[in-house]
Design a protein around this ligand. Sequence first.
Ligand SMILES: [Zn+2]
Ligand SMILES: [Zn+2]
Length: 259
Amino acid sequence: MILDQIIRCKVNFMQVLNNWLNNNHLSKFNIFTNTIFKQKCLLCASPQANKIGLCGLCLNDLPWHPKTSCPQCGLASGSGICGSCISSPPDFDATSAVFLYGFPIDAMMQRYKYGNMLSLYETFGQLLKDKAQLGSLNNSHVDLIIPMPMHPTRLKERGFNQALEIAKVLTKNDADKLDFRSVIRQKLTPPQASLPLKARVKNIKGAFKVNDDLTGKRIAIIDDVMTTGASLNELAKTLKKAGATRIECWVVARTLPHK
Ligand SMILES: [Zn+2]
Ligand SMILES: [Zn+2]
């Protein structure tokens, strides 16, 4: 009887706390509450969630990025570097993506960026870390990990840089590699998502400015979604001009090309 009351009290407390957190856009603290009280799967609410907040079934069902992709741009290729990267190589040298940008990753990403599920950065960061550690793309192979910079005006609007939050998880035990100061976004550009490829390239040109000498540095750029790669390419170009020798794009999700 007493035990029953305690359980009911805990459930009520959790509901009140979660409502309060959601209403106050503070679900970042869900990590805290989830640590104390058993976390449910973010997608199906099963109580079997692992430390990143997903159950085994949902994790298996996610649209994982195929292993047969082009190692340079991350798009589908039969084997090895794709024709497009051979004929017109991008300024970055490699791309590693965890997912294809499809359901439910797209919905999760929207919730992360524009909704109130800030705690997802922990999930995405951990998945990217696991992926990076499996392959040749690995923290020990790069000197610096640079999140895609955000213009101060956009940062003010959103309140956080999603790429930086993911990069922080990735460098939890490697904090000296996290570099969010060497390069800034100096140009306030319209959102890339609204533009076709050619306009995206023009839109992002000259957007970044490097403040440090990056001679000889091998750099991983962190971003949430890679679509045409125009922003990542412009950043890679700018970093190479500042002396970087190798640039890898580590992204949570890669979109398929538009037909
Ligand atoms: Zn699930
Ligand atoms: Zn390619």
